[in-house]
Design a protein around this ligand. Structure first.
Ligand code: ADP
Ligand code: MG
Length: 599
């Protein structure tokens, strides 16, 4: 058989089919249409953009975007529907310095391939009285002509996916699609506070932002001024990157990371790496399963950002990704540490916690504990635990004897102690601060254990080794933990079946009064083995901090309370315990006056 005889089974697809395939990547759902058209309006220099959606009970019927941007000439209006027709780049090198949102020249062609598009446009400042109208359906030009309209562009998209039934079938309910549109628009509005956006569905106003040089105005407009109150600014400048924006105080959290909104070079993107870095910057300020709110704008050298990763351009590839993420975490950390983060005691708590601190201290009932009415309401009579508390406090007193300089908290005067749990104190500014004594001491201890460098976890030998019995399952878990425990100063030895000998414990735990503490600590460790979200070292550190700290329910002397406050003032992060719970609450004079209705 001669080569030419073979029947070829491969053929080149016709242009309409090629366009539909390409459209599948750009136009996934109605929200992608909104995104692409709004981005075109932004690239055209619009100052105000209006989005009109119409829908039936079941589905979205039409999408119209009106802008007051540059507009297009009659010739460009036709060309715009050709695949790979763009005014934004001309050669391959341009891909490395992209400053516009579009550049692939695919959106209009793709949208028109799977719907009916009516484009009306009039060139700005061209002195023409009419504009151009083009109607394209399923990729075929149906009609061209002139029309009257203000300067700018007006694009109407109807019958989306009319010729791609499979794609149409995959569309979720109208409400889901509308939610996607909202999510994308919120991101775009926040990235472009200098543009005014208005979204209407079936003529009802949904989302409106005004032109403003301040992103804070846009945040307030979209999420309300309550959210703004809980934000702190962030600004950082590096040779290759500038970061600016706002972060939530730890009192404002969410169950998912969807409100960590990131813009890179004025493009609203989805970047799991950067979102992760933001969360990491909070460290123990947040419970592990809660996420902050953040609005951050990154200005990165365009050479380092590859936006040509996916047709939707929602993902970007960053070179020196680790470096960028590291800088992000550092910036978040610095911004938070520079702030007074004591939550306002009058605000309803927005903190949710699942991970609990196993502080099993004897919790007396919450009656006022001012037994002996000393001037400041503190019982100075020695409590059985006083000596123990003294030892615990000495353990965390700075060993160097040097007074640290950078106090994160104002000086406070102890007023009294409540229920052996809370310390009441007053700041010079006349604020009342309620302090959770266990949480505060736990934080101090935690930071000290962390600060010790590797190999420096000095342990102290027990005079009489303590014997632990565990179940078979716990034995297996504990056996695996032995090396990590030794790193932190716990020397345990297996001693026959399901029995361990504890020979030494970390020095920070002080002189051991009773060995049940060790038993409890090991119980914490083996049971928390189920929770794999933090690494072993972190888990051991938290356990040491929790078990070594002054327990709730311990009556402290006034002097002890004062020492504790003095120590927490210099903690790196005095505002939350290692589990992310607040360590203190603050009530200003105004807060109190309001509560007493004096104002
Ligand atoms: P891209 O945005 O990647 O260039 P599009 O298919 O989205 O590709 O648009 C093609 C071209 O049409 C753009 O490069 C631009 O010149 C023009 N265009 C599209 N929308 C508008 C608009 N709203 N105002 C002015 N010009 C527009
Ligand atoms: Mg575009």
């Amino acid at each position: 058989m001669k080569a030419g005889d073979a029947v070829s089974s491969i053929h080149i697809l016709d242009q309409a089919t090629v366009n539909q395939i390409a459209a599948g990547e750009v136009v996934e759902r109605p929200a992608s249409v909104v995104k692409e058209l709004v981005e075109n309006a932004i690239d055209a220099g619009a100052r105000s953009i209006r989005i009109d959606i119409t829908s039936s009970v079941k589905e979205i019927l039409s999408i119209r975007i009106i802008d007051d941007g540059s507009g297009m000439s009659a010739a460009d209006a036709l060309l715009a529907f050709t695949p790979h027709a763009t005014s934004k780049i001309t050669r391959i090198e341009d891909l490395h310095r992209i400053r516009t949102l579009g550049f692939r020249g695919e959106a209009l062609a793709s949208i028109a391939a799977v719907s009916r598009v009516t484009l009306k446009t009039r060139l700005r400042d061209a002195g023409e009285v009419t504009g151009t109208r083009v109607i394209v359906e399923g990729g075929e030009i149906q009609e061209t002509g002139t029309t009257g309209l203000p300067e700018g562009t007006n694009v109407l998209v109807e019958d989306l996916f009319f010729n791609t039934p499979a794609r149409k079938k995959f569309q979720k309910s109208k409400n889901t699609e509308t939610a996607h549109i909202h999510a994308i628009l919120e991101g775009i509005c926040l990235t472009h506070p200098e543009i005014s956006f208005r979204l209407f569905t079936n003529q009802n106003e949904q989302l409106v932002t005004d032109r403003s040089p301040r992103i804070l105005d846009t945040i307030a407009r979209i999420y309300g001024s309550d959210v703004v109150k809980d934000l702190i600014p962030l600004k950082m400048s590096l040779p290759f990157m500038k970061i600016s924006g706002y972060l939530s105080r730890p009192s404002l959290t969410r169950k998912d990371p969807t409100r960590i909104m990131i813009a890179i070079n004025k493009r609203y993107v989805s970047s799991p790496i950067i979102m992760g870095a933001v969360k990491a910057g909070y460290g123990t300020l947040l419970p592990k399963d809660r996420f902050p709110v953040a609005f951050l704008s990154l200005d990165i050298d365009t050479e380092m950002v590859d936006v040509n990763v996916h047709p939707s351009k929602k993902l970007v590839r960053l070179s020196r990704e680790q470096e960028i993420a590291g800088a992000m975490s550092e910036a978040v950390k610095t911004a938070l540490l520079g702030q007074n983060l004591i939550p306002d005691g009058t605000a309803p708590s927005k903190i949710h916690l699942e991970e609990s601190c196993r502080d099993a201290g004897t919790v007396p009932d919450m009656s006022y504990d001012f037994t002996a009415p000393a001037p400041h309401g503190i019982s100075e009579a020695l409590h059985p635990n006083t000596a123990m508390t003294d030892r615990q406090l000495r353990q965390t007193e700075l060993q160097t004897g040097m007074v640290p300089v950078d106090a994160k908290l104002p000086a406070m005067e102890v007023i009294g102690q409540l229920g052996g749990i809370y310390i009441l104190a007053a700041t010079d500014a006349g604020e009342l601060v309620l302090i959770d004594q266990h949480a505060v001491h736990e934080r101090i201890l935690y930071e000290q254990v962390i600060a010790r460098t590797e190999g420096d976890h000095r342990s102290q030998e027990l005079i009489v080794p303590c014997i632990l019995h565990r179940t078979l399952q716990e034995t297996a878990i504990l056996r695996d933990l032995l090396p990590a425990l030794a790193q932190e100063g716990f020397i345990l030895e297996e001693f026959g079946r399901d029995t361990f000998l504890v020979r030494a414990i970390p020095v920070v735990l002080g002189k051991l009064e009773d060995t049940t503490m060790i038993d409890e600590m090991v119980s914490d460790l083996v049971s928390e083995e189920q929770i794999r979200s933090v690494n072993t070292r972190e888990r051991i550190t938290r356990t040491i901090a929790c078990r070594g700290a002054i327990k709730a329910g311990t009556v402290c002397t006034r002097e002890q309370c004062q020492r504790l406050i003095q120590q927490i003032r210099f903690a790196k992060n005095p505002f939350t315990c290692p589990h992310g719970r607040p360590t203190m609450l603050r009530f200003s004079r105004t807060d109190l006056d309001t509560m007493f209705k004096r104002t």
